[in-house]
Design a binder for this molecule. Structure first.
Ligand SMILES: [Zn+2]
Ligand SMILES: [Zn+2]
Length: 143
């Protein structure tokens, strides 16, 4: 629960008012740590808040993003996923069967960033690495 309290403090400082819906979305994100889409958050909470719309979820995710509490992982066409693990640099492994995204720790590849600066002259702001494969559940499923 400590992470939720901390996040609420951060939001207070940015002048964001806490509502029951906002609290529930934040708690879900921080608790699940499963990089959900806005739709998945909506489905998980709609029973609790029958009047809530998907737009409400999007609005709140934007507020959390602006406050630095979540990172948005965009995938071109597909809908964005939201990562509440902003405290530690980490990489992702993504299941090509079910789309689940898991965090894993690996030394930050700052050398790749240095090379990019040297070879392209870009002002580098960061990078994202994703490993693809089949999760343990999907490996068990018959093909
Ligand atoms: Zn899978
Ligand atoms: Zn992550």
């Amino acid at each position: 629960m400590a992470r939720v309290e901390k996040a609420i403090e951060i939001l207070k400082h940015t002048g964001v008012r806490m509502t029951p819906q906002r609290h529930a979305i934040l708690a879900y994100l921080l608790d699940a740590m499963n990089h959900p889409t806005a739709d998945e958050i909506y489905k998980a909470l709609e029973g609790q808040f029958p009047n809530m719309s998907v737009a409400t979820i999007y609005n709140n995710l934007r507020v959390f993003k602006d406050a630095g509490l979540v990172k948005e992982l965009t995938y071109g066409d597909a809908s964005s996923r939201f990562d509440a693990n902003v405290e530690e640099e980490h990489y992702h492994v993504i299941c090509s069967g079910c789309g689940v995204i898991r965090d894993f720790q690996f030394p930050y590849l700052s050398e790749a960033e240095h090379s990019a600066v040297q070879l392209t002259g870009f002002k580098v702001t960061g990078h994202r690495m994703e490993v693809y494969g089949l999760c343990e559940d999907c490996q068990k499923k018959p093909h």
